[in-house]
Design a protein around this ligand. Sequence first.
Ligand code: MTE
Ligand code: MO
Length: 320
Amino acid sequence: MLIKRNRGWEIPEARVTPEHVFLNRRSFMAAGAGAMALAATRPARAEDDPSVSLYPAKLNPAYADPGRPVTGAEYTTTFNNYYEFGSSKRIADASKALPIRPWAIVIDGEVEKPTTIAIDDLFAQVTFEERIYRHRCVEAWSMVVPWTGFPLKRLVELAKPTSNAKYLRFETFNKPEVAPGQKDGFFTSYPWPYVEGVTMAEAMNDLPLMVTGAYGKPLPTSMGAPLRLHLPWKYGFKSIKGIVRVSFTAERPVSFWEQLGPQEYGFWANVNPEVPHPRWSQASEEVLGAGERVPTLLYNGYGAQVADLYKDLESEKLFM
Ligand SMILES: Nc1nc2c(c(=O)[nH]1)N[C@H]1C(S)=C(S)[C@@H](COP(=O)(O)O)O[C@H]1N2
Ligand SMILES: [Mo]
């Protein structure tokens, strides 16, 4: 998804690193001089997280069967898109520089009372549950992750939006002192912070999950600790990580990738195998860790729950 913003009309470079290439590179490194560097790579210190006692949460039976094997944490926690820490998939180590406490979430815009809430106070007002979701990146790879979190609609309820609220706008931290991708000159004028959005109707659907953990533990920083969104029927870039602000708006927010490349990354970004990305097919996907490609499903297989949201929106570019 790397886009050189200063030359927006040029065809941007695809940053698709198929998982088998990535993993072969890893085992190659482990066999040689890279082994020392790998040995120094500790797993994220989930046990240091003050919310650790909230795990594991009860599995929601409605989301217990994703229809595919769960992807191993050794793949999903080390193969990430997190441009704040660089454009390679191997940002897990760099992401550990992000302090996840203290952490506060600003809730503002079209709400009865704008507020800032410390993350652990927010966690105390919600009930965690586990849901196993499929995730489909726009780059045509996918994974299956047992997330822990709480429904986005619960956050909406706590925020008490006014009748003017039509959209939710999410914003990631902006900390160039710890996130090298956000430093001046790393990416030429990327519009930090990362922003994403959904409609109020989408937010009130049962599927959107505010994610706090994975694999029965607090999230590692590589996956977006301490709070990210997961929207399993949309391309992965909608599932914003490292959230610090949720704003309720009357206007449709312009998201990070949409601002960089509106011809390629739109607001809706619903998964559809029949609508190719301008530079590659979306018909199939490579399953992380499984060494195989499988056909991609409309709405990533979640159509029964979300297709109705779009029935009066046929004039919109729903699938990019
Ligand atoms: N803040 C932020 N959120 C982000 C991204 C990012 O670069 N920055 N990348 C997105 C993309 S393209 C994908 S596929 C998913 C990847 O989530 P994962 O690293 O947990 O697999 O995060 C999304 N959320
Ligand atoms: Mo992605």
